[in-house]
Design a protein around this ligand. Structure first.
Ligand code: SDX
Length: 425
């Protein structure tokens, strides 16, 4: 086992280096503060490993993404979202018997407590679906108070996965003032979501295999992404002993930000703005390079991927295929492709290694499926549900009841004494 030497305050220290399955190295500083009195300083945790994990592997330079060792390209083209959920959470692809039982449980648990349906009625029609989803997921713990019992965790997991899509579809219906439609047993996970979104009590939505498969692939591509902002939030909240619903509700809120999952909605709004502005995409490339413009090319850049995001590549191919099979002409796709083309030849983007990420093309497919823009980040959250659950479950097993508690460098006032208000200047 190799080690790292540190000289500090005239003394020498040695720390072990841990090496991962794919040879990533981490200096183990768990004893640093006890031995030196100093802490590491790494705002935003860009150089800090918060855990060991066996769930997902990313190589940002090589553009590799694997769920439990399986390449994303194979899972995106061949697997169903329900089996990817099982794979991420339980660490293996289910055999036929396990998969049938898993699907039966997911269907059986797709309904929410009837009293929950009334909760939707108290939001304004303009409420953002992410606010409702986060609140409703946290509220599941009030209808399932045993959710945090160790012997109930598998039930809690399947309840959350199954109900998340129902809560999302009901949110869509309720914010439009339309009657909700319940899931049916014959449908797959993706098909039931579409069925609940687009059926009316008078007319069931006819599921097209093209649309069902496109949504299935989108869900698979979003299923996990190791220690990103929202997943780290889920682990942090879960480390306090909070139940799974509360932990995932926090993750949903973290995902909502425009720098994270909220970017897929921002990308479409940006593309619509460019189309409305005469498709002058070069003007927006210039703005993105101008720090004073306060404009970013949404859907571009990534903290980890520095050559390409494999999910963006797959989504770009899928855009062409899905739109062609649906016979849809989408001007936003042409603008997106021009933006990518120009940006990837521009030194500003090349020097900063900025490429399309998962959010750049995903919204164009959601839009083609008829999903409204303000529901795009909800779609990201539904897809990411199994990854958050898998990471939370791994943290619980690895950390037990050890709460996460980062330190800080204090830069505030030195000690000073209270002055009564009448004596203050
Ligand atoms: C997701 O972490 C994950 O894995 C997340 C995710 C997942 O699956 O969970 O992959 C999902 O969140 C994808 C990212 C979606 N967000 C966006 O598309 C928003 C636009 N992108 C950026 O805001 C940014 O690229 C981030 C947030 C994605 C990454 O930010 P970093 O790593 O902190 O990079 P940075 O902001 O420090 O930028 C480095 C440089 C800066 O220029 P300089 O100060 O060096 O001159 O690149 C510039 C930035 O100004 N830059 C951009 C840019 N992104 C970075 N300039 C224009 N347009 C952009 N999109």
């Amino acid at each position: 086992m190799s080690s790292a030497k540190l000289t500090y305050n005239g003394k020498e220290y040695e720390y072990p280096v841990i090496v991962g399955t794919e040879n990533e190295a981490g200096i183990d500083f768990t004893q640093l503060r006890a031995q030196t009195g100093a802490i590491t300083f790494d705002p935003g945790y860009g150089n800090t490993g918060s855990c060991k994990s066996a769930v997902t592997f990313i190589d940002g330079d090589a553009g590799i993404l694997r769920y439990r060792g399986y390449p994303i390209e194979q899972l995106a083209s061949a697997s169903r979202f329900s089996e990817v959920c099982y794979l991420l959470i339980y660490g293996k692809l289910p055999n036929a018997t396990e998969l049938n039982e898993w699907r039966r449980l997911l269907t059986q648990n797709s309904f929410i407590h009837e009293s929950m349906i009334n909760l939707f009625d108290h939001y304004p029609p303009t409420a953002h679906p992410m606010a409702i989803l986060s609140a409703m997921v946290a509220s599941l713990s009030t209808f399932h108070p045993d959710s945090n019992n160790e012997d109930q965790l598998d039930t809690t997991i399947v309840r959350l996965l199954a109900k998340a899509k129902t809560l999302a579809a009901f949110t869509y219906k309720k914010t439009r003032g339309e009657p909700i439609v319940y899931p049916i047993a014959a449908n797959s996970y993706a098909a039931n979501f579409l069925y609940m979104m687009f059926s009316t009590p008078a007319e069931p939505y006819v599921i097209s295999p093209v649309i069902e498969n496109a949504l299935n692939m989108l869900l698979v591509l979003h299923a996990d992404h190791e220690q990103n902002c929202s997943t780290s939030t889920v682990r942090m909240v879960g480390s306090s002993g909070a139940n799974l619903y509360a932990s995932i509700s926090a993750g949903i809120s973290g995902l909502w930000g425009p720098l994270h999952g909220g970017a897929n909605q921002e990308v479409i709004e940006m593309l619509e703005r460019i189309v409305a502005d005469g498709c002058d995409y070069k003007k927006y490339i210039t703005m993105a390079k101008d720090k004073n413009s306060n404009f970013r090319l949404m859907g571009f850049g990534h903290r980890v991927y520095k050559n390409f995001d494999p999910r963006a590549k797959l989504l770009k191919e899928a855009c062409d295929q899905v739109l062609k099979e649906m016979g849809v002409k989408e001007p936003l796709l042409e603008v997106a492709k021009h933006l990518e083309e120009v940006a990837l030849r521009d030194d500003f983007f090349i020097e900063r290694r900025l490429y399309p990420n998962v959010d750049f093309y995903s919204g164009i497919i959601y839009r083609a499926l008829g999903i409204p823009t303000n529901m795009f980040t909800v779609m990201f959250a539904i897809g990411r549900m199994p990854g958050w659950i898998a990471q939370w479950r791994e943290m619980r097993a690895e950390f037990g009841n050890k709460i996460h508690r980062p330190r800080q460098i204090y830069i505030g006032e030195k000690e000073r004494h209270y002055v009564p208000v009448e004596k203050r200047k």
